[in-house]
Design a binder for this molecule. Structure first.
Ligand SMILES: [Ca+2]
Length: 318
């Protein structure tokens, strides 16, 4: 099915002021439909600030009718997602055709975990899809269903010094981490010396994280849900579950955090958008590791499934 962009927007990102937008209402976006042929499930967006309107960011919007190598790569450029105690390994490839762990079928992006890691130490082969162009302030929403595995199904973003995790779901945790199966888990991190550098590994003091959870009583793997973030500015972001604003973070809200954010962050850098599935060896009793049988499923239960990614930027009204 052809989906036409009649208005191509510049992908340069718009810097917003540090003011706070607290409107909870959603606004009809029929006017946007003139610019984009939406799927039937398109509904609403957060109310934009006065004098501004949402415009589609086509570079980061995709219905996944086909693999678009101008937008995505099956690669995390600075992390392979693996270690001895954490056997999930991204399949290193620079486009989808290099890996069996990323696929598109019937307009759905599949991110599999399979028993095909490259070595005995990396026997779980996981998957990642990342944006080729970085993102900045704007609204980003993903419609997805978590895998039925003890691996993560995640929509997140990361730069050199910062990370925002919109949703990190574990569809079928085996041990601890049960709340990752039934809650929207949002999170953010700072890496004062850069990701992977000393400081990050020193723990929470220099890697402040605020966690919140919101209920998904039917489970993240049992049904489709939409997970959104309005990344407002360098200090604020709002989180949306099925179109409803359910959480905020405000860097300035917690003084102890603000006091430490004296390095190039807070969230004032562009980030890469990630969709991925990982094996975890941390957090809440650890979720465990999927079995070879589970990883060999043929019914799609070993895949995080993504119906679409939609992205918008605020622009001044004419
Ligand atoms: Ca789709």
């Amino acid at each position: 099915m052809h989906r036409l962009f009649k208005t191509l927007l510049a992908t340069s990102l718009i810097s917003l002021g540090a003011c706070s937008y607290l409107a909870d209402e959603q606004v009809s976006t029929h006017s946007l439909q003139a610019n984009y042929e939406w799927g039937s499930e398109f509904e609403s967006l957060p109310t934009p600030p006065q004098g501004q309107s949402w415009q589609i960011n086509p570079q980061h919007t995709d219905e996944f009718d086909h693999w678009d190598s101008t937008k995505w790569q099956a690669l995390h450029k600075w992390w392979n997602g693996s270690s001895k105690t954490r056997p999930g390994a991204y399949v290193e490839a620079d486009h989808m055709n290099d890996t069996e762990n990323v696929d598109i079928k019937n307009s759905v992006l599949y991110l599999y975990a399979k028993p095909n890691g490259p070595s005995a130490e990396k026997w779980v082969g996981t998957s990642v899809v990342s944006s080729k162009q970085p993102i900045s302030y704007g609204y980003y929403e993903v419609k997805m269903k978590a895998s039925m595995l003890a691996t993560t199904s995640a929509f997140w973003m990361q730069g050199r010094f910062s990370e925002i995790d919109v949703i990190e779901a574990i569809g079928a945790p085996k041990k601890g981490a049960k709340k990752f199966g039934t809650s929207l888990m949002t999170n953010y991190h700072h890496f004062p010396n850069g990701f992977g550098k000393p400081g990050y590994s020193n723990g929470a003091v220099e890697n402040p994280a605020i966690k919140n959870s919101h209920g998904l009583p039917d489970g993240a793997a049992h049904d489709w849900h939409t997970y959104g973030i309005w990344w407002v500015n360098e200090k604020e972001a709002y989180f949306y579950l099925d179109g409803k604003r359910v959480d905020d973070f405000h860097v300035a809200k917690t003084g102890e955090v603000t006091d430490r954010l004296i390095f190039p962050a807070p969230f004032d850098e562009t980030m890469t958008l990630f969709l991925d599935t990982e094996v975890w060896n941390w957090g809440d009793g650890k979720p465990g590791t999927p079995t070879l049988e589970e990883l060999s499923a043929t019914d799609g239960s070993n895949a995080m499934q993504v119906e679409w990614v939609r992205a918008y930027q605020l622009t001044p009204m004419q």
